[in-house]
Ligand binder design. Structure first.
Ligand SMILES: CSC[C@H]1O[C@H](OP(=O)(O)O)[C@H](O)[C@@H]1O
Length: 340
């Protein structure tokens, strides 16, 4: 397989490497990934994360195993196992479907390697398209709020929602970004802040519970978020806390955009109720952990509710920014997502 390099994933000299996002921003540690167990563990621990990237990483791992003379049966098992690694981001399932089709071919080793390379390179192009379309929505001086991390760390390209922000900054639109820290795993405070620092984009880090007062003060012009799965009717799942922002945006009449590649569409899901929501470990809410270690503030026996995502209904969305264009409520209500 050819060498491939993304911000947090690389295939170099027949070895797959993952940048441990759990340790960012203070430690940049690249981990080798050599087995299904390795990749499954990295995905579940969000050491590799982001709807597009987990599909891309899993695909590269399967292609790597194929080049290591794994049998077709072992590869079929690997695909089935990786498909289960996380339940909400549909990109993973779409990628594993593509790899399943490839492993069924006579020349399955080459087919798997080509498929994984195409998935990687396609995502770069999808990110560029989303960024270009989304940038059309950004005016000079906009104050943009974003949630979680949707940048180069979560994709093979410039990102989804954060890719739009990156493009607007590159176009000298003098934007400012409000960054939700995004409890409980702090993807915003750790990863989005890290990316915006790197790109020298002006930003201010906030706790998630501060977004409402910023909107009330007229300090937010637009909101751009990512998605993990978009249903046929336009409802979508994204990092928990996204629904909060959508409701607040409606109340304050602020434009609210979801930015995602078409690989995040799942027209098998009629609406948001059909999207499986990952429930994660209580420890993530009882305290916090990262490159600094771990601390717990809640009592050991505290009951915890820790959904990794929530669902935003289509009626709260101003526009869907996909790699194929920008779609309005009217477009989506007419069923356009089923035709992409
Ligand atoms: C472009 S990434 C999309 C999506 O994935 C993130 O979830 P996680 O950090 O749990 O992988 C977040 O919901 C982003 O918006």
């Amino acid at each position: 397989m050819k060498n491939l390099q993304a911000a947090s994933l690389k295939y170099q000299d027949n070895q797959l490497w993952v940048l441990d996002q759990y340790l960012l921003p203070h430690q940049e540690v690249w981990l080798p990934c050599e087995s299904v167990a390795d990749m499954e563990s990295l995905i579940k621990a969000l050491k590799i994360r982001g709807a597009p990237l987990i599909g891309i990483g899993a695909s590269l791992l399967v292609a790597h195993l194929a080049s290591q003379q794994c049998s077709r049966e072992q590869l079929i098992e690997a695909i089935a196992q990786l498909r289960q690694a996380r339940p909400t981001a549909v990109n993973l399932m779409h990628c594993m479907d593509k790899m399943s089709a490839a492993v069924a071919k006579d020349e399955y080793i080459r087919a798997l390697q080509t498929c994984a390379e195409e998935i990687f390179e396609q995502d770069i192009a999808l990110c560029n398209s989303m960024a270009n379309f989304g940038n059309e929505l950004v005016q000079e001086g906009d104050q943009i709020l974003t949630h979680c991390n949707t940048g180069a760390l979560a994709t093979a390209g410039v990102g989804t929602a954060l890719g739009v922000i990156y493009k607007a900054h590159q176009a000298n639109k003098k934007i400012h970004v409000w960054v939700d820290e995004t409890r409980p795993l702090l993807q915003g405070g750790r990863l989005t802040a890290y990316e915006l620092d790197h790109w020298q984009v002006p930003y201010t880090l906030i706790c998630d519970n501060m977004a409402a007062s910023l909107m009330a003060a007229g300090k937010v012009d637009k909101i751009f978020v990512g998605a993990d799965r978009i249903a046929a009717n336009g409802d979508f799942a994204n990092k928990v806390g996204t629904y909060n922002l959508a409701v607040l945006a409606k109340h304050h009449d602020i434009e609210f955009y979801v930015v995602a590649p078409t690989t995040t569409l799942d027209i098998e899901c009629e609406n948001g109720e059909a999207i499986p929501i990952e429930q994660r470990e209580p420890a993530e809410v009882k305290g916090v952990s990262g490159s600094f270690g771990q601390c717990q503030w809640a009592p050991n026996n505290a009951q915890v509710y820790n959904p990794a995502f929530d669902v935003t209904p289509a009626e709260l969305v101003t526009g869907w920014v996909l790699d194929t264009g920008i779609y309005s409520q009217l477009d989506v209500h007419s069923g356009v997502l089923r035709m992409l």
